[in-house]
Structure formats: C-alpha cells, structure tokens
Design a protein around this ligand. Structure first.
Ligand code: FE2
Length: 287
C-alpha cells in the first residue's frame, strides 16, 4: 500500500520532517519533528512543529505514532510538544540506551537521568512491525551514523533518517560516538535490498553542488545507480576509506550540545531546578 507522505523542511537545520498517512483512513505517523531553538538566546519556538499541528488538524488526522529515526545531533525534537497537542506514542530504537549511557557520561547526568529508554513510550528492535491505520510499518536497525539509528519502512516508503541522503549528496557522517562507517555500509546494503521502486525519504538535505532546490525523495533504484558515495556497487573498503577521510574534515553540528541533552530525553528538557528554571550544560573540551 502507498501511504500519502507530506514533507516539512526546516531551513534552519536542513531537517525534513514527515507526516505519513494511511490513504484509506485518518491515521498518521509523524517522523523526525523539529523544535526551533535559538542558541544565542536559549529560546525555543514551535513554528516548525505548529506547521505539522496545523496540517494534522486541517486534514483531521490522528497521529498513532511520533517516530524518531535516531537521537539527532543537529536539531531538537518536538515530540513531547506534538504529543501534548495531538496525542500519539513516541518511539525510537531500543539502542537508545547505548546513546543515553554515552551522553549521560558526557553531560555528567546524575542518577535521576534514566538510561533505560523509559522516557519513550515504545522502543523498537530490528524486525518489529507497527501499524498506521491499515498501513504496516517495518522496523530495520540501520546503525552506522549512530548505534541506535532505525529505518521505518511504511508501505512502499522507507524513512531512512541519516543513513542515505539524496544520491547527489551521498551518505551521513559516521564520526559521532558509537558511529562506524563499516556499519553504515552494511546498513545501507540492507536498505538497498528493498525493491527498486521503494520510495526513500531522507532526513536532511543540504543541496548538492550544482543543485539549487532542496530535495528529499528518491528511490532504492536511483540510490543503487547514482549515489555518489555508495552507488554502482562501491566496495565496502572504498566506502569506509572515503567516509572516514571526509568525516575528519567536518565540524560539529551547531546545535549538537543542546540537541543531545534534549533528544536523549525523548525531546524533554532536563528537570527544572528548585526555582523552576531549566538549564542546559556545555561540556568543555569533551566533544
Ligand atoms: Fe543525525
């Protein structure tokens, strides 16, 4: 079955969020939402999330799921805000616990920060399935960019998060803690073993050199043929060498420090202090 897919592009973080809908009903899933964050002032905003809320309300949809492909390091998730406005269960991959362990240490979180994924309503493992109305979603564990990355295949549409980008841009970086170019290669092979006509929806777009429009939809067949990092049956060793050399040149994402602290809590801010004020930390010389 072919779900209806509506994309929401956030130019501040180059993130694509999706609303996926059962074409025969009102059930929907929201994937990789964005909470706006102005780092200089420490202020959050809901302009991006409100566009999704408006769409869901206008179409009279019921979100069954609010899905995260992974713990994003470049934008904050709006999952709790969307859940409060619209309902739905917040889910991520079960290896979130690895991420919580790693970054619980980096941010020196106390014992009140649970590292068991309990901030989420559901934790998926590889091979799990779920439903959006009559649509079936299948869950693939696709680590490499992070250890907990998941791909959600809903009907003929695969939401690949940060594994593959558009064919002319390539693949995601693998240099965050627990990342692995070798693992990403294996994960991408699994995605590319889906039928050629499978639609692929990517988690970010940065416009490739020579392209002046943002784009986020492609197919398995196009990726196999034309992906500049992995197409044409590129051997694993060549990919790993290219990926690691490129990653060594990349700066940290602008919002990595706030994003990790919020997203490892399923999009919630850290607990307020006794005055009710909320603070995020900046670890010095640790990332
Ligand atoms: Fe990411």
């Amino acid at each position: 079955m072919k779900p209806d897919v509506k994309a929401f592009f956030d130019t501040a973080t180059n993130t694509v969020s999706y609303v996926v809908r059962d074409p025969n009903g009102r059930s929907a899933a929201i994937i990789d939402s964005v909470l706006d964050f102005d780092y200089a002032s420490g202020r959050t905003g809901t302009r991006s999330a409100d566009a999704i809320v408006a769409h869901i309300k206008a179409e009279d949809l019921t979100p069954a799921w609010i899905l995260e492909t992974h713990v994003h390091a470049d934008h904050l998730s709006a999952a709790p805000y969307l859940q409060e406005q619209l309902g739905g269960k917040i889910a991520i991959g079960q290896h979130i616990t690895t991420i919580q362990d790693t970054f619980g240490k980096v941010f020196n979180e106390g014992t009140e920060f649970q590292r068991d994924g309990s901030q989420f309503d559901s934790l998926f493992e590889d091979g799990d399935s779920f439903h959006v109305g009559q649509l079936r979603g299948d869950v693939l564990h696709t680590p490499g960019h992070t250890p907990a990355c998941m791909t959600y295949v809903i009907g003929d549409a695969a939401f690949v998060g940060d594994t593959l980008f558009m064919p002319d841009f390539g693949t995601a970086r693998c240099d965050f803690p627990g990342g692995s170019a070798d693992m990403l290669y294996q994960s991408i092979q699994r995605i590319l073993s889906l039928p050629d006509e499978t639609r692929i929806f990517v988690g970010h777009d940065y416009k490739a050199p020579g392209r002046d429009q943002f784009a986020w939809e492609t197919t398995v067949g196009e990726q196999k043929q034309r992906n500049i990092h992995i197409g044409g049956e590129k051997p694993a060793a060549d990919f790993v060498k290219m990926r690691e050399a490129r990653d060594a040149t990349l700066a940290m994402p602008r919002l990595i420090v706030p994003s990790l602290q919020v997203n490892m809590r399923a999009g919630n801010m850290p607990e307020p202090d006794q005055q009710g004020d909320v603070f995020l930390k900046v670890p010095v010389n640790k990332l």
